[in-house]
Write a protein that binds this ligand. Sequence first.
Ligand SMILES: [Zn+2]
Ligand SMILES: [Zn+2]
Length: 249
Amino acid sequence: MVDRLANSEANMRRINLVENCFGTAGQPLAIPGRVLIGEGVLTKLCRKKPKARQFFLFNDILVYGNIVIQKKKYNKQHIIPLENVTIDSMQDEGELRNGWLIKTPTKSFAVYAATATEKSEWMSHINKCVYDLISKSGKTPNSEHAAVWIPDSEATICMRCQKVKFTPVSRRHHCRKCGFVICGPCSEKKFLLPSQSSKPVRVCDFCYDVLSVGELTASQPGSSDLFCQSPKSTNNLSDDDDDDDDSSD
Ligand SMILES: [Zn+2]
Ligand SMILES: [Zn+2]
């Protein structure tokens, strides 16, 4: 079915349409063999609050962006290669329902569909695409995923020390390893997590200790320059914690 669609004119037309909606800010999406499987609006749990995002599922990538004009104009395009994606269903809880986690080595997050049927369709299509890709390439799926960030609103005090109260001055940070919302003093250290960044990233003291022990047992003494300590950048308002698609609109 997919192979037949791949060369169809209708498929090319649909992909070109998506490309046009993102305009020049987006990546070219039409490549040989790529098929647009489906599209729709999902609610993405961003750092500050849940936001509507337009998603496009292709047979090899998942693309999403902010909706500027429904079905006409999108921006802030994100492209996730499906090869390393794992999805996990989530239990309905509170107001957000029909959700699942999209986990990748660089970034993991929760999305919610409008109905249970939509959720199961999205999940089964994503799983099918991932399965087909992996069986075709013969690669072992990546089992290491970035932590899902706990939303800011879930924590009024630091989730590590349980003491520091968050205020406009005492700002929230996120540990890149466990995803906890933590205070500055509990996250002064950085650690190199190669799947997420080529530079060391913010981690909480707890994860730092766990990662350091792992590193000591895994490598020879003397290779400790893989991580650095105590960068002082906590007063900077353009802190690296900001969700890249968390625009203020
Ligand atoms: Zn703390
Ligand atoms: Zn942590």
